[in-house]
Design a protein around this ligand. Structure first.
Ligand code: F6R
Length: 247
């Protein structure tokens, strides 16, 4: 693993994806051992799957318990029926919640079935604050520079809200949904400032497809054109990549 600071972001280039997942899972286990009531922020997508597998195996080995911890997911699609197989709620159950011991009432995703989604978004923002804020946020990055579903154009001061998904985000989601028509057009996402309020942020990016956006995160001007650039200057951010994503 090679460690360096680039444009104020502590960057770790790992020999493999698995090395990165083990390191981050160990950090999460240590965090919750020290602070059992810790609040975590989770991402979905292909990037964190191995990390969640690693957390599940630490739990199975008796080395990690989330029994008193709580968590908030970054985002959730709007306009899907409850229990939809491709909702992030279903995804989190399959990839993490079914394999660790979070109390169900302590796992939170935006309430996309509320009659007023904007109000539900504000309630989500308040719930995070009431829980004491997020100690450690896991983040992936979209190829277009989005974090959560803060698509290009999202400013630094954005809070949890209803957003329209970018075309490229919907095209990427075709892999899961099977066709573009089936991909939702809207979501509720934590805002950029909601994400930046987390005390530690761990950004993960793996594979060649992420090399360009990793370069942009580290070197482009900080701007809403690439919302990931707003992570620069956060005192607790780390970027964890494999050699391919490091370019
Ligand atoms: C997921 C999320 C997104 C993803 C990003 C990368 O909850 O908020 O920002 O982290 O789109 O997705 P993958 O990991 O599938 O490349």
């Amino acid at each position: 693993m090679i460690r360096s600071t680039r444009n104020s972001i502590l960057t770790f280039v790992h020999a493999s994806r698995e090395e990165c997942e083990r390191a981050l899972a160990a950090e999460i286990a240590e965090c919750v051992a020290r602070s059992p009531f810790a609040v975590f922020g989770w991402a979905t997508g292909s990037t964190p799957i191995g990390l969640y597998r690693e957390l599940a195996s630490l739990h199975a080995a008796g080395r990690l318990s989330f029994a008193r911890a709580s968590c908030f997911n970054l985002d959730e699609y709007l306009d899907l029926p409850a229990g939809h197989p491709h909702s992030f709620a279903t995804w989190m159950r399959e990839h993490l919640f079914a394999h660790v011991d979070f109390a169900r009432a302590h796992t939170h995703l935006p309430d996309v079935h509320a009659p007023d989604p904007e109000q539900a978004a504000s309630r989500y923002e308040s719930a995070i604050a009431q829980a004491g804020g997020i100690e450690l946020q896991v983040l992936g990055i979209g190829r277009n520079g989005h974090i959560g579903f803060n698509e290009p154009g999202s400013t630094r001061d954005t809070r949890t809200r209803v957003v329209e998904l970018a075309e490229s985000t919907r095209v990427d989601a075709c892999r899961t949904f099977g066709s573009l028509d089936a991909v939702p057009r809207r979501a509720i996402t934590m805002g950029v400032s909601t994400i930046l309020a987390a005390r530690r942020i761990r950004v993960l990016a793996f594979g060649r497809a992420k090399a360009a956006v990793v370069h942009a995160l580290l070197h482009d001007a900080v701007s809403a054109e690439c919302p990931a650039t707003f992570l620069r200057g956060h005192p607790g951010v780390e970027l964890h990549v494999d050699a391919e994503a490091a370019g």
